[in-house]
Design a binder for this molecule. Sequence first.
Ligand SMILES: Cc1cc2nc3c(=O)[nH]c(=O)nc-3n(C[C@H](O)[C@H](O)[C@H](O)COP(=O)(O)OP(=O)(O)OC[C@H]3O[C@@H](n4cnc5c(N)ncnc54)[C@H](O)[C@@H]3O)c2cc1C
Length: 373
Amino acid sequence: MDTEDHKALREAVAALGKRHGPGGDTAQLWSEAGKLGYLGVNLPEAYGGGGGGISELSIVLEELGAAGCPLLMLVVSPAICGTVIARFGTETQKQQWLPALADGTRLMAFGITEPDAGSNSHRITTTARKDGTDWLLTGRKVFISGVDIADATLIVGRTEDARTGRLKPCLFIVPRDTPGFTRRPIDMELNAAEKQFELTLDDVRLPADALVGDEDAGLLQLFAGLNPERIMTAAFAIGMGRHALAKAIDYARDRTVWDTPIGAHQAIAHPLAQAHIDLELARLMMQKAAALYDAGDDTGAGEAANMAKYAAGEACVKAVDQAVHTLGGNGLTREYGLARLITAARVARIAPVSREMILNYVSHQTLGLPKSY
Ligand SMILES: Cc1cc2nc3c(=O)[nH]c(=O)nc-3n(C[C@H](O)[C@H](O)[C@H](O)COP(=O)(O)OP(=O)(O)OC[C@H]3O[C@@H](n4cnc5c(N)ncnc54)[C@H](O)[C@@H]3O)c2cc1C
């Protein structure tokens, strides 16, 4: 549940979102949100952040989404990269990155997905090998968001000796213009300011201090970033679902084709009420996951973050679908801005971990059922 501080933050961010609205300049909103301290609410105060947690950052993303102007890179830059650096980075990395991630003057992307691994991240083959004190990184990544606007990308690789066997990931900060690090935009059917990229790393030479944290504790460090990512994706989905639902409710209150507004027909009203309930339930699970994570319970947060991401993704897809339907033909016009959400809503069902992989997780980890793969 929201504390008084959370309510105040929610209202303040909602007001910023309302001023900005859908279709505005995302870079400008990013910069304004940074100046107001919203981008770094989860980062330590000693490094320019707000000293809060993912509970607060998820409120920022949800409210901007509800206003129709979600900032996708919040999922990545402060939530994954900021968290990993704050928890495991060296003092130099913290000084170099955290204040700038917090005030939004610098951005960091995050790359784990690979074309031949997909949902099976144990299969990633981006490999780091030592050359003197330097690292040489080679591999490919796909669907990485915001690489063009990010000053660096946090790349998940594996060390050479860990190429076989269980994943022993290690995380590297790769500045955007490092030689051998190239990107190609993917032509996505998405109406969003942030683009996705295919990346090639061809013997990318990095200094020793590009490695974040301990090369032997990579999995723990990686999960420290992946739980916030799931919680933030839930916030992204809930915000979008709320935005779509609010538009549909407004429309259903006024639009009259018989004697009463269409919202008086239960065939229109009930699915909207169900969508609202589903979004509220998803938010409750998101708040649970965020509270567990912020309290330092990484294991408890893992299950809750997965469930929250699942519930929010499903609630968002259904809310958008029903919102489009409520508007009849207008649901598909550009003017009303709902049709474009049909594809956008699907992102929360697929990324960063698909609906099926969460159901697998719950089947195996929570219910103790055997694996099919
Ligand atoms: C808009 C967008 C932005 C993204 N941004 C980033 C980013 O910034 N950084 C990043 O690293 N990645 C990013 N991704 C990638 C995203 O995390 C992956 O798309 C996702 O993990 C799924 O991987 P895949 O696309 O390879 O699908 P696949 O793994 O090929 O899966 C395809 C289908 O098969 C199902 N499936 C696979 N295995 C199983 C199984 N064992 N049991 C049941 N079903 C299964 C899946 O659920 C899915 O429906 C982004 C993706 C999108 C769409």
